[in-house]
Design a protein around this ligand. Structure first.
Ligand code: PAF
Length: 281
């Protein structure tokens, strides 16, 4: 496995491989890799000839009070996981490489960034959209792989790639979960033992919403209530939002017709967890 640190070397590597007709799968990450990332790498390996994993803790997607400085960084362990998964390139640029002196462009996807995570984390999605655009411009992959756990991020990236004709296929891979349903996330390491025991309540609440829909309940407020009722049972957790939305626009649904996405964010102590479930009626 090659480790590449500069944008130029990465772009040269991709250009050389594309000239040979080799398809490239990109898995963008901020490191602290876990089984969810492994699943993305394996999906990329199955559909592309070569796999590039980018590892960049992107400062512009963290708010001033968020965990940028303490975000888990474990390059050695991440490199070992990538090597084991036969990744071809680990692209690990420095902050100056991605945001050199004079950098001033920002990519925004205002409609999809307006609600939910975007509302609670101002500037977050502009940071994500900008860095993903840069990574796609540098690596020029055939396909890029994102986890469904960050549903709003995946929707926004899918939109921006189409809007800007970036040419990569965006593949959204299903959320990987622990046995008790907790969605895998690099931030789960922050949970204490008690908090970890409480954390699956979010998935349980989403499942209650799904059951309500499958039982024929159509009103968004009633489905929301079914999710809230489950949350009430866990005293360590507080609701940030639980929403019943259109999977394309992410706007709240008054009535569910054929498809909905249930979006949830909760707080357990200082830790914020997000998750979602796509439901087809
Ligand atoms: O999902 C993530 O890990 C990040 O938001 C991403 C897509 C790598 C951009 O920094």
């Amino acid at each position: 496995m090659d480790t590449i640190r500069t944008a130029k070397a990465m772009a040269d590597w991709s250009a050389a491989h594309q000239r040979e007709g080799i398809t490239i799968g990109l898995v963008p990450t901020m490191g602290a890799l876990h089984a969810g990332h492994r699943a993305l790498i394996r999906a990329a390996r199955l559909s592309c000839d070569a796999v590039v994993v980018s590892l960049f803790v992107n400062p512009t997607q963290f708010g001033p009070k968020e965990d940028f400085s303490r975000y888990p960084r474990q390059l050695k362990a991440d490199a070992a996981l990538c090597k084991k998964e036969c990744v071809d390139v680990l692209f690990a640029p420095s902050t100056d490489e991605i945001y050199p002196d004079g950098f001033q462009t920002t990519v925004t996807v205002p409609g999809l960034a307006r609600r939910w995570e975007g509302e609670r984390r101002p500037g977050h999605f502009a940071g994500v959209a900008t860095v993903v655009t840069k990574l796609l411009a540098i690596v020029r992959p055939t396909a890029a792989f994102f986890g469904q756990k960050d549903f709003q991020q995946s929707a926004l990236v899918t939109r921006l790639v189409a809007d800007l004709n970036l040419g990569a296929r965006v593949i959204v891979y299903p959320t990987v979960r622990e046995a008790d349903g907790l969605a895998l996330s690099s931030r789960n390491v922050y949970l204490t033992k008690d908090q970890r025991a409480a954390a699956p309540v979010l998935f349980q609440a989403l499942k209650a919403g799904r059951t309500a829909i499958r039982d024929g309940i159509k009103a968004g407020t009633k489905i929301q209530q079914a999710m809230r009722d489950v949350m009430k049972q866990e005293r360590l957790a507080t609701i940030d939002y639980l929403a019943v939305c259109d999977p394309e626009t992410l706007e709240p649904l008054k009535q569910v017709r054929d498809r909905a996405v249930l979006l949830g964010a909760i707080r357990i102590g200082k830790i914020r967890l997000i998750d979602n479930l796509l439901v087809k009626v």
